[in-house]
Design a protein around this ligand. Structure first.
Ligand SMILES: O=C(O)CCC(=O)C(=O)O
Ligand SMILES: [Fe+2]
Length: 390
């Protein structure tokens, strides 16, 4: 049977014939991504490769309506909103309190009035959409299994390890310091991609640095005697730190209740700045329930990453989040993950360790994270759990 025929048999037939799922030819089709699958096979059912065990599936729409009526689940979640202009202005002390509360209670917040123009944000979404609309051969040029490649196109979460695939294709761009060192590796098509993505990367880096000052102050590390040197060193490290932009594309899915765009995970960096289009899909774990984050136009969703959890000695937690897909719309998001330089040691701040709050995490670095994710199927917060002392 040709790969196309095998795939169609697999999608449309009974469970027994679905066992042929592992057929090499079919498996290689899945490796090419969800967009490729949809564009070439007119998918009307989710192939078995993407079907999650029942316990891992998102609640189906019928359940949701019923549970909402019964008041058992919260509808969409309005994340705490941080008005960046207040953080930089006369209302800073109040804004810092809100920031501390958001990081402690939710691990997530949305930033408005951040100073990055709507134009820069909409250009980034627009050029990302155009990248994923390119012919497959053009996108395929950047497909690589090398986790440290400057540019990497791929699919699912960790496509060489995932037993069940996610309904997601991505483009990862490493943003080094200075950007000119890597820019020529970034996709040359669409022709304005490098220019628009570089502008976006620089502006998010600046915003990240200003947010970090706020976060350090909210941890009461700024302006405290004895910590000035530590804070200066930290800010310097972050200034030269790592930045990874992940452009996610979630094509419409014929059976969205069977699969996920991204499985539950936490982000490994210090913080992530997430830009999403108007299509909702991000869910965070809040009070042991999955709740959908309502997108606010022109805002960023910001979340605490594993490195900030370690640095804050557990005061701020990196929170599990996942992405649900839908049958009507394609969705684009751009996650900008910021952290320390790749070779830096990440450890709890000495100022946040004391008798009542002993050191909770071992030292770590990016290299051990990369080794970890290359060696096992990433699940939830496994990596961070492996760094815990208590
Ligand atoms: O697409 C989203 O909303 C979230 C993406 C995400 O969690 C990530 O890229 O780490
Ligand atoms: Fe994430």
């Amino acid at each position: 049977m040709s790969p196309a025929a095998t795939l169609m048999a697999n999608i449309t037939s009974t469970d027994e014939t679905k066992e042929s799922d592992d057929h090499d030819c079919v498996a290689s089709q899945y490796q090419k991504g969800v967009k490729h699958l949809c564009e070439n096979y007119g998918i009307s059912k989710v192939p078995k490769k993407y079907v999650l065990p029942e316990s891992d599936r998102p609640n189906n729409a019928v359940d949701q309506t019923l549970l909402l009526q019964l008041n058992v689940i919260t509808p969409n979640l309005k994340l705490p909103i941080i008005d960046f202009s207040e953080l930089q202005g006369s209302n800073r002390s109040q804004a810092l309190k809100s920031l501390a509360h958001a990081c402690q209670e939710y691990g997530f917040f949305q930033v408005v009035n951040h100073g990055i123009s709507n134009h820069v944000m909409s250009n980034m979404i627009d050029v990302s959409k155009r990248f994923f609309e390119l012919p497959f051969e053009e996108r395929f040029k950047y497909m690589s299994s090398d986790m440290s490649a400057v540019v990497r196109y791929g699919t699912s979460f960790n496509q060489s390890k995932d037993s069940v695939f996610c309904w997601r294709d991505f483009l990862k761009l490493i943003c080094s310091h200075p950007l000119s060192d890597v820019l020529h590796h970034w996709p040359s098509s669409p022709t304005d991609m490098r220019r628009l993505a570089a502008t976006y990367a620089k502006e998010t880096k600046n915003l990240f640095l200003m947010l970090v000052e706020g976060i350090l102050e909210s941890l009461e590390l700024l302006g405290t005697t004895g910590t000035a040197e530590e804070v200066d060193e930290l800010l310097e490290q972050l200034q030269d730190g790592s930045q990874l932009m992940v452009v996610n594309c979630y094509p419409p899915c014929p059976e969205p209740n069977l699969t996920l765009g991204m499985p539950p995970h936490s982000d490994y960096g210090f913080i992530t700045l997430l830009l999403q289009d108007e299509v909702q899909g991000l869910q965070i774990q809040y009070k042991e329930k999955w709740v959908t984050v309502e997108p606010i136009p022109n805002s960023f969703v910001v979340n605490v990453g594993d490195h900030l959890e370690i640095f804050s000695n557990g005061k701020y937690k990196s929170v599990l989040h996942r992405v649900v897909v839908n049958s009507a719309n394609s969705r684009i998001s751009v996650a900008s993950l910021h952290s320390f330089p790749f070779n830096a040691v990440v450890r709890p701040s000495p100022a946040l360790i004391n008798k009542e709050n002993p050191r909770r995490y071992k030292d770590t670095d990016f290299a051990s994270f990369l080794t970890y994710i290359s060696s096992c199927e990433p699940k939830s917060k496994n990596f961070l759990d492996s760094r815990k002392l208590l």
